[in-house]
Design a protein around this ligand. Structure first.
Ligand code: ZN
Length: 245
């Protein structure tokens, strides 16, 4: 089975279409979306339509919950809060129902998916340290081998050997899963990368070949920026796209 894994689309239709175009050449059997379909970008409804038409394997992100009023935006910075309120006004009733019905986690065989961390998925933890990665490995369902997640908008791979207490970060964008290890792969963000690379990020996992790869693709950043400005969303949300910050 070849999985195409997408996370943190954030209403960026140009980035989403570029990723789907790239994945069309990848012989994908099943698409998996790790949440934050909306929030920040100017096309929440169009992105919801694309994702819901693509797959039923979709989980919730914190911005999806903020957009339907299920998460208190007092925890958001002012740009994120303003975008959440704007998105809330744009959503159709069907879109609200769709977001409200998404589960926190997903699993199939030895593959597990969550937006932030398997440790308390509803707390939206940002997996930004090895200490948090250790905690996340401990919280992965016992018989799962690979956990895919997003939320930080920074792609990366963590590895934990069965015989060791501590995990480590793998300095690579692709690897073959070793039988004595478990893995957490942060697939990065489709619509708002923050690792200094403005290209859209996504992931391909081949469960037969036991191979996982984080990939990048260029997209029409200028159009995504123009739509954000035309919508009256904060200028900073348009600007950051060209720097990947
Ligand atoms: Zn996000």
């Amino acid at each position: 089975m070849r999985y195409g894994v997408l996370s943190d689309i954030h209403g960026n239709l140009e980035a989403l279409d570029a990723v789907l175009g790239a994945l069309a050449d990848e012989r994908i059997d099943r698409y998996l979306c790790l949440g934050d379909i909306v929030g920040y970008g100017a096309d929440p409804n169009a992105c919801l339509e694309r994702v819901s038409g693509l797959t039923t394997d979709v989980i919730a992100g914190n911005h999806d919950h903020a957009a339907i009023g299920r998460l208190d935006i007092a925890t958001f910075n002012r740009y994120a809060a303003e975008a959440a309120l704007w998105t809330r006004r744009q959503l159709t009733p069907a879109g609200r129902r769709y977001l409200g019905a998404l589960p926190y986690t997903w699993r199939k065989d030895d593959l597990f998916a969550v937006h932030g961390s398997p440790a308390n998925p509803e707390d939206w933890i940002y997996l930004t340290s090895l200490w948090l990665a250790d905690e996340a490995f401990d919280a992965m369902p016992g018989d799962t081998v690979l956990c895919v997640l997003g939320h930080t908008h920074a792609p990366g791979i963590f590895e934990k050997q069965a015989a060791e207490d501590r995990s480590r970060q793998v300095p690579a964008a692709a690897l073959e899963l070793a039988p004595e290890c478990r893995y957490i792969v942060n697939v990065g963000s489709v619509g708002q990368p923050r690792d200094g690379d403005p290209r859209a990020a996504y992931c391909v996992f081949d469960s037969a070949e036991k191979r996982v790869e984080i990939k990048r693709v260029d997209y029409d950043i200028e159009t995504a920026q123009r739509k954000i400005r035309d919508a009256g969303l904060p200028e900073m949300l348009a600007e950051r796209l060209e720097y990947g910050r």
